[in-house]
Each structure stands twice: as C-alpha cells, then as structure tokens.
Design a protein around this ligand. Sequence first.
Ligand SMILES: NC(=O)c1ccc[n+]([C@@H]2O[C@H](COP(=O)([O-])OP(=O)(O)OC[C@H]3O[C@@H](n4cnc5c(N)ncnc54)[C@H](OP(=O)(O)O)[C@@H]3O)[C@@H](O)[C@H]2O)c1
Length: 267
Amino acid sequence: MSGKVLRYSDKVVIVTGGSKGIGRGIVKVFVENGAKVVFCARGGECAGQALETELNKAGPGSCKFVLCDVSKEEDIKRLIAVTVELHSQIDCLVNNAGWHPPHKSTDDTTADEFRDLLNLNLISYFLASKYALPYLRQRQGNIINLSSLVGSIGQKDAAPYVATKGAIIAMTKAMAVDESRYHVRVNCISPGNVMTPLWEELAGQSADALEAIKAGENAQLIGRMGTEAESGLAALFLAADATFCTGIDLLLSGGAELNYGYKNQVP
Ligand SMILES: NC(=O)c1ccc[n+]([C@@H]2O[C@H](COP(=O)([O-])OP(=O)(O)OC[C@H]3O[C@@H](n4cnc5c(N)ncnc54)[C@H](OP(=O)(O)O)[C@@H]3O)[C@@H](O)[C@H]2O)c1
C-alpha cells in the first residue's frame, strides 16, 4: 500500500476525447485517484486501447475505452448507456472532445464549416450533458466543460472556434442555474496553451513550427505551456474539492490573459 490519499475513489467519470492530449491527462489523474473512468475517441482505437491497458495495469482506479464520435447523437447515447451498464451510476461528465480548425479569415469561412464546428464543439457538450444528467442528478454529480481562454479574449482568424468556446462558457452558467435544484454542479475550464497533439498540429500548419511553439510558450506569464497532467489536476479539483463552486470558468492559462503585449496588426 502506498498510503496515497485517493481523492475520487469509486466515482464514475466519463471523459470525451480521452485518448490524447488534455483528455488523456484527465483520464490518467482520475484513475490515479481511484475513479472508474469511461473515455471515448473516434478513431485512434490503438491510442485509446493502449491507454486503457496501461492505466488498468497501474490502477488504483480503472478505465474503459469506448469508440464514439461525439458529433453523432446516437454515439453519445451509446457512450452513456455503456457507462451505466458497466457501473450503474455517473458522478462526473467531462466534455472535452473538440477541434480547432486551421486559422482562416471570416471571408474564407463557409456557413457549413461553422455549422459543423458548432455541432462538434458545442452541441455535443449539450447532448452528452442532456443524456448524462438523469444519472448525475441521482448522485449529485458534476459536469466539467473544456472551453478555452480565447472564448473570453478572442483569437485571430478563428471566429467559429472562438464562438463555440464562448458559448460553452455561457452554457455552463445556464446549466449551473438549471441543475442547482438537483445539486448538480456545472463548471468549465479555459486552457491557454497546453502542449497536446492538437497544438502540435496547428503549429505544424504555420511557416515555422518551432517558432510557433516558442511564441505559444511565451504567451504565458509562466513562460511555458501547460501540461496534460496539470489539466487533469484542474479537473480533479473541480470534481472533488470545489464543492462550493458552480458556474465558474477556471482559467488554466499561466496568466496568458494578463499584461499588455504587442497586439496591433498591420493589415
Ligand atoms: N491544447 C490547448 O492548448 C487547448 C487550449 C484551449 C482549449 N483546448 C480544448 O481542450 C480540448 C482538448 O484539446 P486537445 O488539445 O487535448 O486536443 P487533441 O490533442 O486533438 O485531443 C483531442 C481528443 O479528442 C478526441 N476527439 C476528437 N474529435 C472527436 C470526436 N468527434 N468524437 C470523439 N472524440 C474526439 C481525439 O481522439 P480522435 O482523434 O481519435 O477522435 C483526442 O482523444 C478541446 O475541446 C480544445 O478545444 C485546448
């Protein structure tokens, strides 16, 4: 026995998009703290399965990987059903799966691109919450939504992404109001720059990937990017410790929103 205090022992947690990046960090921290986690991703069955095997070996909690595309309502329903079949309860839902498309001006963005992103980044959070809430209410559980700092401060050439992330913060507050009568807390996390496969992919689309990563690090007062593990600890804090917090937006940003910077753009 290690004597480590388990902060979420035997609680049942769903994490969408848990095979990589921030979601992976969240799955790992919850399993390390004794939770039973069900996590999903679309493809990448290998990544999901490998993580499941690795974490079940390490314990002390457990996890199960489920193939699920959160842009499909039937897949979301199945994710919830599989979790309930396995564990008979849900204590925490972490809505994390989302995408940042390549940067594009408004002129170059089509309505269908915007609609598809709304479906993936926002409606999926709404639907997973809708289908998990009957169970969360029985357990006085909680929802954690991954938004983004840019949902509050904006970002260049990313209007649809910024709009979906801003809407997540607003929806978090609306659901916190509605669900308080059932003692379900609803909070969100807004990361600044956290080093993940998504961040690497976006850096890879710029003229100089290394330069983009350096700039990403220097955007934080703390002078580096956040980590997957720090993302997991922030989620665990909201789920396990922050029992008097609902409707909050926890900035996981290394202070990126503070101070003046060189912001004027020559067109
Ligand atoms: N990284 C950052 O700096 C940052 C900053 C602010 C906000 N965020 C937000 O944090 C969340 C996670 O970002 P990340 O950087 O960790 O992304 P990531 O590295 O791309 O990982 C995304 C995870 O979600 C899964 N996923 C993607 N689309 C999915 C779908 N339709 N259905 C189910 N699973 C899906 C991916 O697996 P598959 O590809 O196999 O499906 C993967 O496991 C996103 O909501 C993002 O907007 C990230």
